[in-house]
Design a protein around this ligand. Sequence first.
Ligand SMILES: [Zn+2]
Length: 116
Amino acid sequence: MSLDYSLSHTACITIILLLFNLLRLIMNLDKHSRTIALQCPTCGGGSFQSETVEDTEVKCVQCGRVIERDDLLRENSENIQENLEEMKSDVEKDIARQMRKALQDAFKGNKNIKIK
Ligand SMILES: [Zn+2]
């Protein structure tokens, strides 16, 4: 009876530790956010201005081309896609690495479970 108690107690702490580490991991994903620089399809300039925030058109500061925001995004979709793929792979690698570490930490000192 007392053995059962101590086993489940240990398992409980292990799981809490693991959950805590996973939570910390999820909160850390913010660091992967990045700003994707949009480029003017005409001159490749990266600065745009618009009259108002709600304005659907922006103007390239460099060449003066006026373009719809939607069009600008469409023209940059390849670039955006590339950035998203990179970000995804960064996050995946980071999660894999931190998951392993969280598991290692959680089961540290447990002779029956070894994580490599
Ligand atoms: Zn331009």
